[in-house]
Design a protein around this ligand. Sequence first.
Ligand code: ADP
Ligand code: MG
Length: 363
Amino acid sequence: MKMESKILGILGGGQLGRMSAMAAARLGISTHIYCPEEDCPASQVAARTFTGAYEDKKKLKAFADSVDVISYEFENIPIETVRYLQQHKPVYPDDRLLEVSQHRGKEKKFLNDIGIPTVQWAVAQSAKELQKIISDMGCSEFILKTARFGYDGKGQVSCRSGEDAVEKWKSLNSNEVIAEEKTDFACEVSVIIARDKLGQTAIYGPSLNEHRNGILAKSTVPVPIPGHTAAAARKMAEHLAGAVDLIGVLGLEMFVMRDGRILANEIAPRTHNSGHWTIDACTVSQFEQHVRTVCGMTVAPPGRHSDAVMVNLIGNDAKKLAPWLEMKFACLHLYGKHEIREGRKMGHVTLLKPKTAGEIENN
Ligand code: ADP
Ligand code: MG
């Protein structure tokens, strides 16, 4: 008798695709990558790579024909590409969530519309409009962000109320900008949620996230916040996943305010850097849940058996591997990137503190 095995297609060739492809291989699922660059981190571990532009319909069609189901590993895939591929094969998560996550204004409006609070925000399409919304919002400090394509703190600039917002606007070199109240949060956390076709969920975190120069430096689990606040963060992610009828994985970044309120910051419609600890600290990682959910399998409980601290290896950190190689309970991951660049995520290390058998029961 034949054993049915699926082929998963992933748009994007970065480390998230690589780690999903590795999780897929463990389940006997092979992965085909579609990305514009050759020899990318994901293609090194995939069965096949289609190298082509996201606008190349002929190549996209060949890619779609070669797989059973399609997902993506970063959110700046053109929405038209996903809509074109959806005509040929299922794409999860679907284009609606992707469209919302691609535009900071649409994202915040969607969150607010489903009852999830955020910082005060407004979108401006001209310098004049920006001056007006800033004076209407009346906050002492703002962050201006390009509405699209920002990541790792790129495309953002801080602005005080007396400063020349128009000059700051120009520095962003974008015709659409979101102005957000700069909030003085107590800490930043994120929750990762996987949801399958049956609507069953698996939830990871929250993790405590610390950034350096706008880039995630460290994620810690469990998070040192009260249990009810952590539960509220999980509930927020679950509400969002239900509202978008998620099939796949999403990450929700949040600010925990000093009075205990939680404000949503950003949605990632995919696996998230703050969930890399799940590979080593859980029986089923965020990447395996990604593969399971998009390939039609059910989610599993995370099975967290260890507390964890995940440290990103950014730029030259990748040259200093000796201590990590020697350390007990340190799990080293390198992404196969050939060139070290400042601010580039080269790998990560997860430091584990295994729990006792009694403590594991509830995870
Ligand atoms: P991205 O991660 O896509 O670059 P974010 O919106 O998550 O963009 O911003 C990056 C970081 O900047 C956040 O993790 C947070 O530390 C800080 N930040 C973003 N928005 C605000 C805000 N409104 N108030 C205070 N800090 C913010
Ligand atoms: Mg972010």
